[in-house]
Design a protein around this ligand. Structure first.
Ligand code: DC
Length: 234
């Protein structure tokens, strides 16, 4: 049973597979609304980084539970937006490494880790509101959120976006390999037993394949206004 937070600040949940543009969309929408932002992927990545640094086996649930209980993790305003600070040090660069991505998907599949991180994620729900970016924001963490979106895009477009990003960083990876890995990761995320990446029953599904960032942002702002405007009238 999911406990529902006492704090009723509005939440816009944005879930979906990797590469659908959730990160960019969430940051712009949070800025435009003046709301807080939760990048829940960064929370799982921080646990993964701590597990690597402390040599915790991702199959050892007890050790992972202790790691989460001891986690010294804060999100602080930095020069390029919000900075993730682990044990007093900013770790933004390291969070994006391939080793951390692989470990993050392992720790994220462990139910005790997901349970241990619920309180931390829910603590972001503060007035005037929260934009929550992830996989299970609308289905588990903020089940009672008034506005839920599931942002999708074709595997082809997501693989192309990722390919372009990597090329800009000077990394050359074959497109066919990226495409295959992404399709495989989608299948794993969708089919996993705990918190699979699926739309909540009451989520609005937006396919961003043919849309620009501005168009997606516009749709989300319209949805928030329509829903919260209606709530004020009632
Ligand atoms: O969105 P991302 O790539 O930063 O996420 C990192 C990992 O954490 C990825 O394997 C998906 C997982 N994740 C999750 O299981 N639940 C969330 N709410 C957010 C991320």
């Amino acid at each position: 049973m999911t406990e529902i937070s006492e704090n009723k600040a509005p939440v816009l949940t944005i879930d979906g597979p990797s590469g659908a543009g959730k990160g960019a969309v969430s940051a712009v929408v949070a800025e435009r609304l003046g709301w807080h932002l939760l990048d829940s992927g960064a929370v799982y990545r921080a646990v993964a980084l701590a597990a690597i640094d402390r040599e915790v086996d991702p199959g050892d649930d007890d050790a992972l539970t202790r790691l989460c209980a001891d986690l010294d993790l804060t999100f602080e305003p930095g020069a390029d937006g919000i900075s993730v600070v682990l044990d007093g040090r900013p770790v933004d660069e390291r969070l994006r490494s391939e080793a951390v991505s692989i470990m993050a998907s392992k720790v994220a599949s462990r139910p005790p880790v997901r349970r241990a991180l619920l309180g931390l994620q829910r603590s972001f729900r503060q007035p005037p509101g929260l934009v929550a970016d992830g996989r299970d924001m609308g289905t588990v963490v903020f089940e009672d959120a008034p506005v839920k979106v599931f942002l999708d895009a074709s595997v082809e477009v997501r693989a192309r976006r990722r390919h372009k990003q990597l090329k800009e960083k000077g990394e050359s990876v074959k497109f066919s390999r990226l495409f295959r890995d992404l399709a495989e990761r989608d299948r794993r995320d969708r089919d996993r037993a705990v918190s699979p990446t699926v739309p909540a029953a009451d989520a609005v599904v937006i396919d961003s394949t043919e849309l620009t960032l501005d168009e997606v942002v516009g749709r989300l702002l319209d949805l928030v206004e329509a829903r919260l405007g209606r709530e004020k009238e009632n």
